[in-house]
Write a new protein. Sequence first.
Length: 288
Amino acid sequence: MGLLLKMKFHLQTQLQLLLLTFKLKSMETNPVISIRNLQKNFLNGKEVNHVLKGINLDIAPGQIIGYIGPNGAGKSTTVKILCGLIEDFEGDITVLGHDLRTESLAIKRRIGYIPENAAMYDMLTPLEYMSFAGALYGLPEERVMEKAGKLLELFEMKKHADQRMDTFSKGMKQKILLISGLIHNPDIIFLDEPLSGLDANSVMVVKEVLSQLAKDGKTIFFCSHIMDVVERISHRIVLINHGHVVADGTIEELRSGSSETLEKLFADLTGQGGQTVTAEAIVQAFGN
Ligand SMILES: Nc1ncnc2c1ncn2[C@@H]1O[C@H](COP(=O)(O)OP(=O)(O)OP(=O)(O)O)[C@@H](O)[C@H]1O
């Protein structure tokens, strides 16, 4: 090999290495979701309900984020805003490098949203529903059917593939919603109470699926009230209360050396520590 050729080869290799380092660095540092001063109010008659009062978050790719908070804290509202379903919010949000206000369609193509209670077309069968979902994303029918088949099998729903969904239980419908939300191979998956209504086996499958998806580089943002699941599968836990982020970190960071459970931390940080007293008061109220 001539000297010139050797030098060219050396330079090309160096350049490739440089590019790879740059790519890896930017993957490490560029958040897939960036939220700045997110605020959202709802009007209840004449009263203003300040639900989100300035949420700031940067979310790295490949992470599982457990988004928790008491009932009415604004978890679903945040998720709906991030998915482009609620458009009138204050603050700045970018998802996958796109501005949510101006490029929400580009975002919607690359995210999956699995709501807790979706209005499904339950006169359809799972396969028809997935074919419909796939068509909305412009996916080839054979690819959708192949993927649907595999996912239905995984969630033990294959035998129901051609059954109308109006006969399905809540958990069965939840599984179909989950599968449909994954059919277009999204980069970010938003799940609102994904485990609600699922039996113990399915909870295990969902937990495994979420962990596997994160290992494949997907980002998972999920709301749940099931603290031991949040504790076990989340890389990062964000707790909101009264419109603000009140805790944010890994479970170890949140515990900060103590052996307290997430349930206990949740109760302490949201001022909901008096469950025994509340339970007693409820029982007494029934007795009167
Ligand atoms: N479309 C709406 N119109 C008016 N108020 C709304 C609307 N959607 C949500 N809210 C209010 O916003 C607050 C936050 O609701 P949200 O559903 O986001 O809470 P959450 O944290 O998901 O609660 P949960 O854990 O009970 O599901 C609640 O007070 C709710 O009543």
